[in-house]
Design a protein around this ligand. Sequence first.
Ligand SMILES: NC(=O)c1ccc[n+]([C@@H]2O[C@H](COP(=O)([O-])OP(=O)(O)OC[C@H]3O[C@@H](n4cnc5c(N)ncnc54)[C@H](OP(=O)(O)O)[C@@H]3O)[C@@H](O)[C@H]2O)c1
Length: 345
Amino acid sequence: MSSTPDDAVDPASVPARTLTNGDAMPAVGLGTFGSDRYSTAQVAEAVRGGLEVGYRLVDCAAVYGNEAQIGQVFADAFSDRVVERDDLFVVSKLWNDSHGAEGVASAVRKTLTDLGLNHLDGYFVHWPFPNHHPPAADPDARDPDARPYVHEVFMETWRAMELLVDQGLVRHLGLSNVTVPKLEQILADARVRPSLNELELHPCFQQPELFDLCVAEGVQPIGYSPLGSPSRPERDRTPGDHVDTEHPAVVAAAQAHGVHPALVCLKWAVQRGQVPIPFAVKRSQYVSNLRAVTTDPLTDAEMTALTQADAGDRLIKGQVFLWPGASSWEDLWDVDGSTATWGTR
Ligand SMILES: NC(=O)c1ccc[n+]([C@@H]2O[C@H](COP(=O)([O-])OP(=O)(O)OC[C@H]3O[C@@H](n4cnc5c(N)ncnc54)[C@H](OP(=O)(O)O)[C@@H]3O)[C@@H](O)[C@H]2O)c1
């Protein structure tokens, strides 16, 4: 049995969310996308440290290229009795090159093997398009086979995801990077409804309509890039992007609580009702991120001021997933509820 480190947070003190079937999940998790900046070994070490200090939700994805290393961390943590499998909530994501029945079946097998698990707590369709690109693609890179969203084609992938629940390989299905019209259509046609939706959420990008739809439909929002992704690669930067940790409402609350502005973003996220999944490889950061949601909540006035920070500023635009003939990255996002960019088979 390993001893608990001095900087650990009691997992029982971390708020939880209850999903529609009654299952609980932690209200904060650890991101694992090292991007171009952090090696797989650094991310794996952070996951080990994260488990030791009390994280129980880990957000993985096949495309992050580190599931085998994280699987080794899980195996070691189980054998060292840092945590038991049943106390973890592990999610992963189907990459865009594995849509379709055969793709889903083989991708989930690979992810389960890499992570060393016999089931996932959540499995997301990472993007609603089969469009993909090499890792670390240039922002101007385009997949010549890329296609717009075709609902019937997406539902073939979803039917294969539903089978994974039937087979006991996955407990909860999730969507990611969908819009209000796509979520509405998928909810209308799903046999197994999504329990989770992973979307970009931070004070300067709050997606209120999509957030409210998720809540109304019993789909738990998971907020990615919750700190405004300050270390994202150049290809995901656009001149004029807002910096959440410099927003006056965030800075004012940080000063009032005597914490880094990043921690205000996390308190806000958990108090609003989404599950933030901050990424950090520095121990002081991931410990303070977890601790922030267990102590010293924001006041109602601070929450109201932060609501007004929303600038509608999407950071992760996804332009590398555009199809030939698309006019701008906005074509991926059904702006103003329009489905005009959707394709037909
Ligand atoms: N579903 C999707 O399509 C999707 C898309 C993007 C991300 N995600 C998931 O969401 C996770 C988080 O998103 P993200 O990595 O883009 O951004 P993020 O969590 O908003 O930002 C992470 C960066 O914030 C800094 N940071 C972390 N904790 C801090 C603290 N306490 N104080 C000050 N700075 C702190 C670190 O920068 P430094 O290292 O420079 O210190 C870290 O690299 C990803 O790892 C991934 O799991 C999912």
